[in-house]
Design a protein around this ligand. Sequence first.
Ligand SMILES: Nc1nc2c(ncn2[C@@H]2O[C@H](COP(=O)(O)OP(=O)(O)O)[C@@H](O)[C@H]2O)c(=O)[nH]1
Ligand SMILES: [Mg+2]
Length: 221
Amino acid sequence: MTKQQKESKTVNIDIRKDLFGANENAAAINAETLKKHGVIAFDIMGSVGTGKTQLIEALCEHLRGKYRILMFAGDLATTIDADRVASHGIDTVQINTGTACHLDARMIKLALQKVDLSYYQVVFIENVGNLICPAGYSLGVDKKIVVVSVTEGPYMIRKHPLTIKHADMVIINKIDLVEVLGFDVDALESDIREVDAKIPVFRVSSTTGEGIEKLIKALNL
Ligand SMILES: Nc1nc2c(ncn2[C@@H]2O[C@H](COP(=O)(O)OP(=O)(O)O)[C@@H](O)[C@H]2O)c(=O)[nH]1
Ligand SMILES: [Mg+2]
C-alpha cells in the first residue's frame, strides 16, 4: 500500500443536513426573539395568485384597530405586495430574495433585527409565491398557513402534498368563485385530509370577507 493510499480519507458532506441545520438554528433564534417581544407571527405560503396578499389585506382590515401589525413581504424582486398592504396603513418590510424561491429563517432573522419589534404585536409574513419550496424552511413562526384557491384546478394538493404536511392550517380561498367555476371544494378538502386528517381547513373569500371572522377566531386574534 502506498503512503497516499494509507492516508487517504473520505469526507462526507451532507448538504441537506448542513443547510437545513443552519436554517433550524436561525428559526429557533427567531422563535425566541418573537416570544421575548410577545409577538405572534404567521408564515403564509402558497402559489402565485392564490390570494396570500389579499388575505393579509382582509385580515389587516379586521385587525388593525386591535393590534399593531407588521407585514414581511417575500418577493423575488418587486414591492407590489408590500405596497398593497401598506395602503391599509400597515408597516411593511420588503424582503427581495433575488433568485431564491422561498424565504428562509436567516432572511427573517436579518429582517427582525431591522425593526423595533417591541412596538408590534402581530407579524404576517407573505412567503414567496411557490407551493413547493417554502414548505421545508421553518421561519420560527407560531403558525404556518397554506393558502390554496379554487382557481388552481383540482389537483394541486395531490401533486404537492408536502406543503400540507409541513403546515398547521390550510385556507381554501376564493370561495366566492366556486359556483361560477363549478369547483368541487369537498373533493379538494378530502385531498387535504388524505395528507393530514386533523389539519384545520377554512374556506374563505378574501374579496367578499366570507369566513374571515371565523378564521380570525381560529387564529386566536
Ligand atoms: N374572486 C376572488 N378573487 C380573489 C380572492 N383573493 C384574491 N383574489 C384575486 O386573485 C388575484 C391574486 O391575488 P393575490 O392576493 O395577489 O395573490 P398572491 O399572489 O397569492 O399574493 C388578485 O387579482 C386578487 O384580487 C378571493 O377570495 N376571491
Ligand atoms: Mg402576493
